[in-house]
Write a protein that binds this ligand. Structure first.
Ligand SMILES: C[S@@+](CC[C@H](N)C(=O)[O-])C[C@H]1O[C@@H](n2cnc3c(N)ncnc32)[C@H](O)[C@@H]1O
Length: 344
């Protein structure tokens, strides 16, 4: 490596990138059970290990003289991916191609700046133009992209302070009910559009996407609406143009209640973890192990607190809409009964 022009750069890279790639399965289960980011981490780890196993059986093991085990092993492979996930830069001027940009990748992320790295064809180099003035000696930040706290933890191993990330979101899991009379018809419509019986949708502090609403409408729609299943599945998968004004007043209340139920079940998982986290780490044998556990737990507590905060907001909005809908219905019913009495 010493002969490489990149040797100084490579030796300055962290020995263990901070990312969920380095959490064990037991740590993911213990600390991130409430968050959907756990599934993303498991998927990512499985993919990295799967890719390594595939390369080892097809190439490394057949050419050990070119790929010696002491260099091309799972640990170094994982390290390389950890480095890539935490340092790759997407370059908009090069059709979004990704690159490792030595030294520029030493810049830390701030959710408050809109400064991105990009390729500049006139100087044939990577440039970044800051969106604010900096004093000499002040730390300069860039943006790693509009990512949620969960995505930042997944790839970069840190969680911004609660309430400071305007791009923060939480994945809400919605599922078709197995007892639904139209279960198989709905599932068929979903599959046709690349979705499944359980689906995650991002919820932000400002609200939720129309795709989530379409999925909820589909989940609660009665068999009499079967002609709409296809259209709703398409809207849930973001494959339709007519979804902006999609409303079904006859099942709106059920759809909102269905989202609220999912939201509340998710909130209770977060609350359980946050409540139990105080007394979680007493069963350790070494100070090193204790330090690691406390560090990971703090990251998990920060993530879960920020995700639950978004769900609390969604819960508030949903309850208010339901209350308005129900009081509107009640007013209409009272009016109707009044008129009936009048004509008796
Ligand atoms: C592209 S590197 C940034 C440079 C890093 N300080 C270094 O020299 O290795 C990304 C890593 O920096 C750290 N990092 C970046 N921004 C951060 C922030 N706002 N808070 C905490 N850690 C941050 C995380 O460990 C992340 O995995």
């Amino acid at each position: 490596m010493g002969s490489s022009r990149w040797s100084n750069y490579i030796s300055a890279l962290p020995r263990q990138p901070y990312s969920l790639l380095y959490w064990t399965r037991a740590e993911l289960d213990r600390y991130l059970e409430a968050s959907q980011i756990r599934e993303r981490a498991i998927e990512r780890i499985t993919n990295v290990i799967g890719t390594y196993d595939d390369l080892r059986s097809r190439i490394f093991s057949k050419h050990p003289e070119l790929f010696p085990e002491e260099v091309f092993n799972l640990e170094t492979f994982k390290w390389s991916f950890g480095i890539l996930f935490s340092r790759l830069v997407r370059l908009p001027s090069m059709d979004g191609r990704v690159a490792l940009v030595p030294w520029a990748d030493m810049l830390n992320h701030s959710c408050e700046v809109e400064t991105f790295l990009d390729y500049d064809s006139s100087s044939r180099g990577i440039v970044f133009t800051t969106d604010r003035p900096y004093q000499a000696g002040e730390q300069v930040f860039i943006s790693y992209g509009r990512k949620s706290n969960g995505e930042l933890l997944l790839s970069y191993g840190f969680v911004p302070k609660e309430g400071t990330n305007p791009s923060d979101s939480v994945e809400l899991l919605l599922s078709l009910k197995k007892s639904d009379k139209s279960y198989s018809q709905k599932l068929e419509a979903l599959r046709k559009h690349g979705l499944s019986a359980s689906q995650c949708f991002p919820v932000q502090i400002t609200g939720w996407p129309v795709e989530l609403m379409a999925y909820a409408y589909l989940a609660v729609s009665p068999p009499s609406m079967s002609s709409q299943f296809e259209k709703l599945a398409a809207a849930a998968s973001n494959k339709t143009t007519t979804r902006k004004d999609m409303r079904f007043p006859e099942i709106e209340e059920q759809a909102l209640q269905y989202i609220l139920d999912s939201c509340e079940s998710s909130i209770s998982k977060y609350s359980k973890f946050l409540q139990e986290s105080g007394s979680m780490d007493l069963d350790v044998t070494s100070p090193k192990q204790l330090n690691r556990r406390l560090f990971l737990k703090q990251l998990a507590v920060d993530l879960c607190t920020s995700e639950r905060r978004i769900l609390f907001r969604a819960q508030y909005i949903l309850r208010r809409r339901l209350r308005d809908l129900r009081s509107g219905e009640l007013r209409a019913l009272t009016l109707f009964n009044g008129l009936r009495k009048l004509f008796k």
